[in-house]
Design a protein around this ligand. Structure first.
Ligand code: R5P
Length: 287
């Protein structure tokens, strides 16, 4: 077994290598002047089960292509199997046509990874679990929900209510509420444009309770802020926000530095590009 890190999240790869007791493999990742990506495994991987860790962030397209080049080099170096660990699978929010003449990018990405030579995918909390079926190779779909549940349990919160920010997360949020013995509420969300969110209805009782929002992805932070403000208007206490993937594009972190967010909990599926802000907890996905 050999484990190699792409450029996106070397720290998580190092944590996994420590947990496994397997040294990180030596790999050269560089760029030509025009931006083309060059990869060289600096040790033999012939007949090895190779594991390549790459999150699709930041920048997403560059990290995606880097992974493809890593897969190609591994294939040509006669690796026995090429297992890709993609903690954050990008393009997952484009998993169906919501309007005519749109792509299904999540499927296209799956096809490209498979054609390049991937033999197995290991990922965490896909935006839409059905994306597993876009692959004709095995997919291990892991979840960070146990990590998040255990963390929340350790806090012994008073009158918690688990809040799903939209219908898509309702099932998971309801399950979490059951595990924690908490209440459950759900937001009805509309998206007038990409990266915009409007909450139209709130289902469930949140007054006087501590809301815990459970999300898969925080990108611009717009959805979270809308949900937090709607909860406050309904008399809820300050909110704990939990998400598996902290993409944090643009001004997301300053947007989330909000008077009614008392804690922001994410995993390290995506490497932070700036020091964690006050009130931020990062759970390690390495185990
Ligand atoms: C989409 O449905 C996802 O579950 C998240 O709600 C979304 O990606 C969050 O995006 P943003 O942080 O930009 O509002």
């Amino acid at each position: 077994l050999r484990l190699f890190a792409g450029s996106s999240n070397p720290r998580l790869a190092a944590d996994i290598s420590r947990q496994l007791g397997v040294e990180l493999g030596k790999i050269k990742l560089s760029r030509f002047k025009n931006g083309e990506i060059y990869v060289h495994y600096e040790e033999s991987i012939r007949n090895c089960d190779v594991f390549l860790l790459q999150s699709f962030s930041h920048p997403i397209n560059e990290m995606f292509v880097e992974l493809l080049v890593m897969i190609d080099a591994a294939k040509r170096a006669s690796a026995r199997t090429i297992n890709i660990i993609v903690p954050y699978y990008g393009y997952a929010r484009q998993e169906r046509k919501a309007a005519p003449r749109e792509p299904i990018s999540a499927k296209m990405v799956a096809d490209v990874l498979t054609t390049a030579g991937a033999s197995r995918v290991i990922t965490i909390d896909l935006h839409a679990p059905a994306i597993q079926g876009f692959f004709n190779i095995p997919v291990d779909h892991l979840t960070a929900m146990d990590l998040i549940t255990n963390y929340l349990r350790s806090k012994q919160l008073e009158q918690p209510v688990i809040v799903s920010p939209d219908a898509g997360r309702a099932k998971i949020a309801e399950k979490l509420a059951g595990r924690l013995g908490a209440g459950f509420a759900m937001m009805v969300k509309q998206r007038p444009a990409h990266n915009e969110a409007v909450i139209t209805h709130v289902v469930g009782d949140v007054e006087g309770r501590t809301p815990i929002i459970i999300e898969d992805i925080i990108d611009t932070g717009t959805t979270i802020v809308q949900v937090v403000e709607s909860l406050k208007k309904l008399g809820a206490k300050d909110t704990i926000v939990c998400a598996t993937h902290g993409v944090f594009s643009g001004e997301a972190l300053s947007r989330l530095d909000h008077g009614h967010i008392k804690e922001l909990v994410v995993t390290d599926s995506i490497a932070l590009r700036e020091p964690p802000m006050k009130g931020m907890t990062i759970l390690s996905a390495a185990p």
